[in-house]
Design a protein around this ligand. Sequence first.
Ligand code: TRP
Length: 468
Amino acid sequence: MAVSDPNFEERNQDEKKNTARGGFSTALGALFATLGSAIGLGNIWKFPSEAGMNGGAAFIIVYLLATLFVGLPVMISEIAMGRRARANVIQTMRKVSPSKKQPWWLIGVGGVLAAFFIMAFYTEVVGWVFAYIFKSITGGLLSTDPAVTSQAFIDLISDPWQALLWQWLVLIFITVIILRGVSKGIEATAKRLIPLLFVLLLIIDIRSLTLPGAVEGLKFLFTPDFSKLTAAAILSAMGLAFFKLSVGMGTMTTYGSYWKDDQDIPGTTARVMLSDLFVSLLAGVAIFPAVFSFGLQVDAGPSLLFITIPTIFASMPFGGMFMVLFFLLAAVAATGAMLSLIEVPVAFLNEQFSLPRAKGAIITSVLLALIGSLAALSSSVLADVTVFGKNFFDLFDFLSSNLLLPLGGLFIAIFVGWFWGKENVKRALTNDGALQNEKLVQVFFVIVKFVTPLLVLLVLLSGFGVFS
Ligand code: TRP
């Protein structure tokens, strides 16, 4: 690659560690792995529950706008910088920075912190998913009475030992995969799981759509009701766009560092964004028609998955089997996402301290088990400990989705639009002139320079009530 920036070359030499860097082995593998990061509980759990609470289609429209003007531009920026620097997020930000004095590496520090916060509550929810797979096989969950399914969920989350046990199981599972490396671990897993995910989703969609009264659920999902759209809902929609596309904290920067030089960044990221959206809508189609068909609450929020879903499955023939498939789907989706989260600190420890991957992975997992326990115990032993009126679980979720990710995204957009330089952006997105997409690059540059930062700033301020 022709590099004309002498500072970059110098720093690149400075920081070149003797650790041989892995990478995704093919373009398709990179697409699957990146998509595997994007698809996750964000699609299966957050998207339906937030859409349900915030007026369905209206929320989806705002979410779409946030994806196009905020999520996608930040994703493109992150991948471009990561591929250029070929390093973990903190070193990437240091390398691409035009001067050593500018503290852009702090974005990377925020990113590594955010990875821990997100994983802390994420692994807990995946722990519930694992528990539900197990319990739906053994048959302890099915009941047509919401009071019973809700009690079963409360019994699970308020038992400190069960909560910890399932979370740690999840952590061990992820650590075993991440130990195998970028190509043999992350990429190979994503290539197997993504096709499985689509098959499971289609089976459940067909089941849901053939229930009596399914149309009502589709109407809810696709007819906007703007009256429910508050400033807080708009902040949530933007937070969700960050969360679902895994942007704002360096996951995509890290993954970009594993992409090949000739991979089309705008083209591949657009595919990731569209497929991720498609999976969210399919998840909505799996859930809402069934919720309406059985006359249950659409605005149940986070418990939608764990209380409403079992009630639904209990009421249909072969429900037990569908319930196993449903939670398997959630586990499959969450696996690629967790791999991408944990990879951020693992890559950092590996490169910054020349730690072998295995050591970095184990250190990260132990730290995650510790901070994750705060989230795991927030419905039992630590239920009364609140910060800003939220227990640890909600605090980690809120801090990361609604604060750290948007802030990270804001600074990434500002950096790429105002400091990285148009020439660098052009070279990254055209693969040094090999791709004929100059118009697209122009449009991208205007969006990332003006539209993205302004939108994020406005939504952040209004979400925190500055204008009211
Ligand atoms: N996108 C994933 C989901 O929808 C979660 C995720 C993975 C994530 N990596 C991330 C969120 C990085 C924010 C940042 O479940």
